[in-house]
Design a protein. Structure first.
Length: 522
């Protein structure tokens, strides 16, 4: 093996000495680039390995309180689990292979602790506990259970519940009602609907004895009251409910009309506003109607009387009594609140836009038939009734879309610029690759030419031109020499590599004969 390496080193050294200065510079440059490329490849592979190892970590728990995060990390250290912290210590990550195992181990230790304690307060009995402490714990348990239930909603991130239960009084007039307050923290981008707010209020009131829904106050994290502030004033509460009902009706009709116009004219081509006048009077009336022209026999009575042997002779009397009933209609009508009394609809419709001769946008007004068709569509969508006195106005206007047009132009320019940058980036990359390939091809060709020098051109043997005095037949020695030359030229043409190897071997052989002659000469 050592002889092989010695021979390899000697051959490489011989090749290096045969190269010119330019070829040596090119070869050294290629070797240096190759070494740096391999080093960069190893570094990149290590970085990718680290990134892949980091990506193997998954979230164990997120959005933790600092106390819970400290308890979880302490337990993970005791159990010899690897972990990482993120988001300011509020997110704990563990290797993906240990994710479920770590969750089970933490759950066995009761981690993470839930916000608020429920009925587990009574898992441990304490016979020395006073009645007052028992009541406090019962209230705390109720607050904790309600808090967990409210936090189970998809929109709720956290909640706090406070319940006030007054002491029971012997006198009913002095008895006070229970009250409750709920503070809700919604998730980012989420918001509780009005139905959900009412549901939370009824949930809390139904869970506490003697608590009415109007005595439950619900606030958000900013301190804004979500429930109605007019719970004690029935008149104000009724007015607030009426306004909410009116707004719901208007929004419902506006959405119906806007959806139809968006499908026909396109988005942002029409705006609809509805003003609804509702009847909030609750009417309970009873009506009786009589029809004198229609009568029905209700009862009939007939009496026949015969008298015989009377002074004035025999008498026969007949009497009849008929009772009639007049046709009567009794109606008991209860008219609920919220009926539509009158609608006023306003519609603004944009015209059409076309490209002008110079590329400018030209506004084109819609025809009267189109405006009439749009008006008919809106009437059918909102339930237009002329007998109620409904009014509708459809106006054709040119919308000011300059801001929108400017935004679209900026967006298109940004897209074009991004596309050009992408094309330039890929073009530069392709150009670099092509230049690198051309450089490698030129360098490889140069090295190959240096390692395989061109064969020496053999000069033809100069023979003296034939003369008239010289005989036609050549001497035997000359003919043999010419035959050898012809054979040598044929071998050089057919097998140039072998001939060059033989000549190279001759050149590299030491000149022993000359050295011996010199020694003998001495």
């Amino acid at each position: 093996m050592s002889d092989f390496f010695k021979q390899l080193i000697s051959q490489l050294t011989a090749i290096w000495h045969k190269l010119s200065v330019q070829q040596k510079v090119i070869t050294a440059t290629l070797v240096i680039f190759t070494v740096f490329g391999l080093v960069g490849l190893l570094v990149w592979a290590q970085d990718n390995g680290r990134k892949s190892s980091d990506s193997s970590y998954k979230v164990l728990y997120s959005d933790l309180e600092l106390e819970d995060a400290g308890a979880i990390t302490e337990q993970l250290q005791k159990s010899n689990y690897q972990y990482k912290l993120d988001n300011g210590g509020r997110t704990v990550l563990v290797p993906s292979k240990q994710l479920y195992e770590a969750r089970i181990a933490l759950a066995r230790e009761g981690l993470p602790k839930s916000h608020g304690l429920g009925y587990e307060l009574f898992d441990k009995t304490n016979f020395g506990m006073t009645d007052f402490v028992q009541k406090i714990n019962a209230r705390r348990a109720m607050e904790g259970e309600l808090q967990r239930t409210i936090e189970g909603l998809e929109e709720v991130k956290g909640a706090r519940v406070h319940i006030v239960i007054p002491e029971a009084s012997v006198f009913l007039e002095q008895q006070k009602d229970s009250k409750a307050s709920v503070v809700v923290l919604c998730k980012p981008g989420r918001q509780l609907s009005k139905d959900q707010i009412r549901g939370i209020g009824y949930l809390v009131s139904s869970s506490v004895d003697g608590l009415k829904p109007e005595n439950v106050s619900i606030l958000d994290c900013d301190g804004k009251l979500l429930t109605s502030p007019f719970a004690d004033d029935e008149t104000a509460l009724l007015g607030s409910h009426n306004i909410e009902l009116q707004q719901n009706v208007e929004h419902y009709l506006e959405n119906k009309a806007t959806q139809m116009l968006s499908g026909i004219l396109g988005p942002s081509k029409a705006y609809v506003k509805v003003s609804a006048e509702l009847d909030f009077n609750r009417v309970d009336k009873t009506m009786e109607q009589y029809n004198p022209e229609s009568r029905v026999v209700r009862s009939e009575e007939r009496t026949d009387e015969n008298v015989k042997n009377a002074p004035d002779g025999d008498n026969q009397k007949e009497r009849s009594l008929t009772n009639y009933e007049i046709d009567k209609t009794v109606q008991h009508v209860i008219q609920e609140t919220g009926n539509v009394k009158r609608l006023t609809v306003s519609v603004a419709v944009d015209g059409k836009y076309r490209k002008g001769d110079k590329g400018t946008t030209v506004y084109v007004a819609r025809s009267a038939e189109e405006v009439s068709s749009i008006e008919d569509i809106i009437k059918n969508a909102v339930g237009y009734d002329l007998t109620r006195g409904d009014q509708i106005t459809v106006s054709q206007l040119q919308f000011d879309n300059e801001f929108l047009r400017q935004e679209q132009e900026d967006f298109q320019k940004n897209e074009q610029w991004q596309f050009r940058l992408t094309v330039i980036k890929y073009a530069i990359g392709a150009l670099i690759v092509i230049l690198l390939l051309l450089f490698l091809r030129w360098a490889a060709k140069t090295v190959v030419e240096a390692m395989n020098p061109p064969l020496p051109v053999l000069e033809p043997i100069a023979l003296p031109p034939p003369s008239e005095d010289q005989p036609d037949e050549l001497p035997e020695e000359v003919r043999k020499a010419l035959g050898l030359v012809d054979r040598l030229e044929g071998m050089i043409i057919e097998e140039p590599a072998n001939i060059s190897a033989i000549i190279r071997h001759w050149i590299s052989e030491p000149q022993v004969g000359k050295k011996k002659k010199k020694k003998n000469g001495k």
